[in-house]
Design a protein around this ligand. Structure first.
Ligand code: ACM
Length: 531
């Protein structure tokens, strides 16, 4: 299987309450509710774990305050919510720890876990309760979706701003709900990454995996090996100028992600996918000769020199500096498509490198080929196979999962966001097949890889490789609407999984994306409201 070789031929209950609400209301779900109607609590994506609709709606007015506990983080979430609501409502929405009613963000003990929340709505106010700030933040995303799509606009809109009455109790199915952005094939600026982070946060995604190095570009400054970024980052696919993040840039991304309750997972892909590093330092090559920079899209032609001691000095320096920039738990070491590294060398390399990650306090993540070596204790493997992946390869991954390696599921023929939707999709690749919205959504992570115990599944992640992706509009066209489905696979209980129900809830996201300036793919599989 070859990921990026473009010439390779293609191988190939919420519903019940929703219906009640629909019967009671004078509007069709998915269309904008008539003025005065509140959006049903069950219309949210990802589907909440439990919804009990009923009672009077709450109306946000110019007197509404956002009330927060006296904790810095609750106040921060309150300010974030105010920042979302003020431009479109035109209301002051003062954030305060005083008074009664209004929108209340409350930290309290309860069965919410690290990310869950409860949202109670009634005549006198909306209260979001969570044990942790991340739960408040996710509850705020739910609240956004309960308001008319126009709430996402950046100019004052007429309202009214009603939140339906009732209670949502919600907690995620999986702790790992990720998106990966390849900033190596094409470089994306800090502002472009922040824009994507904001979009990920809408759907309660909690990991941003940045693919920081590959054959075409090295994108993070490493002080002890300055040519990696300065030279190895100086181009990209197609020969454009590339770019890299300074440490300050990178910290800005990490901070911004944290303010949206996403953890950044940095990846340095090794021992293959390393041409940019090999081009930057001749001594990293077995023959001591630096290859030229590479701006094509082939894969599998580069390898670090497993037999040279300087290779491990290099890896140690890079991991040490990157770990120091990483407040999160994980550090991804790639390990995919090492077609120019012998199996023996691959195993030797991973045996040397994984302990370095541990030495700097991080947990190893690798693409699932890592299971062909000996995954370190606690390591996670990211499965990116497809239906056509050999039984032998699938069994190797399942066996590692039985032996304690956690799995992140990124099946390429389901949730690789760079796969074309149809043969006519102007962007993307098709080596894993054409992936329409229904195919992307309609599978169960808990019961996907035969032989892998469901307890090994840590979650899902949607990678976006960027051979053909050069700007934010491209990211958004490929991610939306599929990203929302990945978020639901990661968050919602399996019992809520139902394409017929989902596609109607998904359709209601269209006007939100329009309001946010997200140019999404208008799949004919989804009953979008008329624009
Ligand atoms: C991959 O797509 N080579 C992880």
């Amino acid at each position: 299987m070859r990921r990026h070789h473009r010439t390779t031929p293609r191988t190939t209950r919420i519903l019940g309450s929703l219906l009640l609400v629909m019967a009671a209301g004078a509007f069709t779900l998915g269309a904008a509710p008539a003025s005065g109607e509140a959006i049903p609590l069950a219309q949210v994506v990802p589907a909440p774990a439990s919804v009990a609709a009923g009672g009077s709606p709450y109306r946000i007015t110019d007197a509404t305050r956002i009330r927060v506990d006296d904790s810095r983080e609750a106040r921060r979430v309150g300010e974030y919510l105010a920042g979302v609501l003020r431009p479109s409502t035109g209301y002051p929405l003062t954030v305060t720890s005083q008074g009664r009613g209004g929108i209340r963000l409350r930290l309290a003990q309860g069965p919410f876990g690290a990310e869950g929340y409860r949202l109670d709505s009634g005549r006198s106010g909306v209260t979001i309760t969570a044990a942790r700030p991340a739960g408040l933040f996710h509850g705020v995303q739910t609240l956004r979706q309960l308001l008319p799509a126009a709430v996402e606009k950046d100019s004052v809109q007429p309202g009214p701003w009603l939140v339906a009455g009732g209670t949502i109790t919600d907690t995620p199915r999986y702790g790992w709900r990720g998106a990966m952005l390849d900033v190596s094939r094409h470089f994306f600026t800090v502002d472009q990454v922040k824009r994507y982070i904001d979009q990920l946060a809408l759907y309660k995604i909690n990991k941003l995996h940045l693919h920081l190095s590959d054959d075409q570009g090295w994108r993070i400054a490493i002080d002890s090996w300055p040519r990696l970024a300065a030279y190895g980052g100086s181009t990209q696919v197609g020969g454009g100028p590339g770019g890299h993040y300074t440490k300050a840039d990178y910290q800005e991304i990490v901070r911004y992600a944290a303010s949206r309750y996403l953890e950044v997972v940095p990846e340095i892909d090794m021992p293959g996918h390393t041409n940019a590093a090999l081009a930057s330092y001749a001594e990293l090559n077995c023959d001591g000769v630096a290859p030229p920079l590479y701006t094509g899209t082939d894969v599998g032609f580069s390898s670090l020199c497993v037999g040279k001691e300087i290779t491990y000095d290099f890896v140690d320096d890079v991991i040490r500096e990157l770990a120091a920039l990483t407040p999160g738990e994980y550090l991804h070491i790639g390990g995919d498509e090492a077609h120019s590294t012998s199996h023996e060398d691959y195993v030797k390399f991973m045996d040397r490198v994984q302990p370095i990650v541990a030495e700097y306090g991080k947990t190893v993540v690798g693409w699932h080929q890592l299971t062909g070596a000996t995954p370190a204790k606690g390591a996670l493997a990211q499965y990116w196979g497809l239906d056509g992946t050999s039984d032998e390869e699938k069994a190797q991954v399942a066996k590692a999962a039985q032996n304690g390696t956690g799995l992140i599921l990124s099946p390429a023929d389901r949730i690789y966001l760079d796969m074309k939707y149809t043969a006519d999709t102007p962007l993307g690749l098709d080596w894993a097949g054409l992936v329409e919205v229904k195919r992307s959504y309609d599978w169960d992570p808990g019961n996907y890889l035969a032989g892998a115990p469901s307890s090994a599944i840590r979650g899902v992640e949607a990678p976006l490789w960027t051979e053909t992706i050069t700007k934010s509009a491209d990211i958004e066209y490929m991610a939306f609407p599929r990203l929302a489905g990945v978020a639901e696979l990661g968050w919602s209980p399996a019992s809520t999984h139902d394409w017929e129900d989902y596609k109607v809830r998904l359709a209601a996201q269209g006007p939100r994306w329009d309001a946010l300036g997200i140019g999404y793919y208008q799949s004919p599989q989804v009953p979008w409201p008329a624009r």
